[in-house]
Design a protein around this ligand. Structure first.
Ligand SMILES: NC(=O)C1=CN([C@@H]2O[C@H](COP(=O)(O)OP(=O)(O)OC[C@H]3O[C@@H](n4cnc5c(N)ncnc54)[C@H](O)[C@@H]3O)[C@@H](O)[C@H]2O)C=CC1
Ligand SMILES: O=C(CO)COP(=O)(O)O
Length: 337
């Protein structure tokens, strides 16, 4: 049955997700935060600020206010970067249709509170408890918008909620799997961005392909270690939202996190790279992840080094040397009792 879907706000990822939804016959409304972007959309049917060169199908409309975008919505997608998610929740609260299902597509941890994105949403919008799901997986927005084949995961506490989103999105170009481990799915999507910065740094330094594979694999180990300590199921990290997204982001040059790392590894200024790249979620997430890992007493050596390079003036070469010089250990996801 065709539904009304609001994407609030629609950045690169939210705009791309309008494509499979509209192709499934749903009426999609985008909230574009700058009114001039709405004018451009109405003339060109594109969102050039966030997703240039990707014309959107009939059935997608753009509006300058959340109120208009959310009017009679059955399904609501929160599409902000992590830094704007709280403000987004506050901006939509008064206009959120009662009973609408809500989906988080944001990958990150809040630096000040270490909360996952679904926890931030519930903090601001407690009334959506039971109606909230998260989507995460190996998905570059530009490829989804170009209708290249992709697979992703929707996780929710209530299987019927996850199934509703699966039904809304699933089509010939997008496979959607459901999951019940919200914590594990969200952590995989958030923490892999930090490792992708690390792999980019290593590649930018010219450390080689052996180093890249080692960082990806040991990165998975430390993500799993933190995840399990926090209560996630270890097998979640073997799935699309875990190793799937980690591999994509660490190896795909479309990744902004990887590209930030590449720039740093080549000796370029991080600030300049960040200005060009825009949203790079691994930066704020690195802060939260390091503190969270210390709080629960698990080691995240790669995340620690990325944090030190980003925020403590450590050089990429020093970071690599420190990783290589760590004490001998066994290969495990060992979590202290
Ligand atoms: N672009 C991609 O390929 C994918 C992105 N994601 C995730 O989706 C999330 C959004 O990323 P993109 O759409 O790529 O970023 P983007 O930079 O294209 O869009 C960010 C959106 O957040 C809004 N925003 C930024 N600061 C805000 C604030 N202070 N208050 C309210 N709104 C604010 C912007 O207006 C824009 O609509 C990120 O967490 C990212 O990790 C997930 C999968 C794929
Ligand atoms: O999450 C993503 C791919 O799954 C997008 O990666 P970047 O945010 O690094 O571009």
């Amino acid at each position: 049955m065709p539904m009304r879907v609001a994407i609030v706000p629609a950045g690169q990822w939210g705009t791309a997700l309008a494509v499979p939804l509209a192709e499934n016959g749903h009426a999609v409304r985008l909230w574009l935060r700058r009114p001039e972007d709405v004018d451009v959309f109405r003339r060109t049917r594109t969102n050039p600020r966030h997703l240039p060169g990707a014309p959107l199908p009939d059935g997608v409309e753009a509006f300058p206010t959340p109120e208009e975008a959310l009017d009679h919505a059955d399904l609501v997608i929160l599409g902000s970067a992590s830094r704007g998610l709280r403000d987004t929740c506050r901006a939509i609260r008064a206009h959120l249709p009662p009973g609408a299902l809500v989906l988080s597509i944001t990958k990150g941890l809040e630096p000040e509170t270490h909360l996952r994105m679904s926890q931030v949403i519930l903090d601001e919008l407690p009334e959506v408890e039971g109606r909230l799901a998260v989507l995460s997986g190996p998905n570059f927005a530009v490829e989804v918008a170009r209708r290249l084949p992709a697979a992703t995961v929707v996780a929710a506490g209530d299987p019927a909620v996850a199934a509703a989103w699966q039904h809304a999105f699933m089509g010939p170009r997008l496979r959607v799997y459901t999951h019940d481990d919200v914590l594990g799915v969200e952590l995989g999507g958030a923490l892999k961005n930090v490792i992708a910065i690390g792999v980019g740094i290593s590649d930018g330094l010219g450390a080689g392909e052996n180093a890249r594979a080692a960082l990806i694999t040991r990165g998975m180990a430390e993500i799993g270690r933190l995840g399990v300590a926090l209560g996630a199921s270890p097998l979640t990290f073997a799935g699309l939202s875990g190793v799937g997204d980690l591999v994509l982001t660490c190896t795909g040059d479309l990744s902004r996190n990887r590209r930030l790392g590449l720039a740093i590894g080549r000796g370029e200024a991080a600030e300049a790279a960040l200005r060009t790249l825009g949203t790079v979620e691994g930066v704020p997430t690195a802060r939260a992840a390091v503190q969270l890992a210390r709080e629960v007493g698990v080691e995240m050596p790669i995340t620690e080094r990325v944090h030190a390079v980003l925020f403590e003036g450590e050089s990429p070469a020093e970071g690599l040397e420190l990783l290589m010089g760590r004490d001998r250990t066994k290969e495990s996801w060992h979590v202290p009792a």
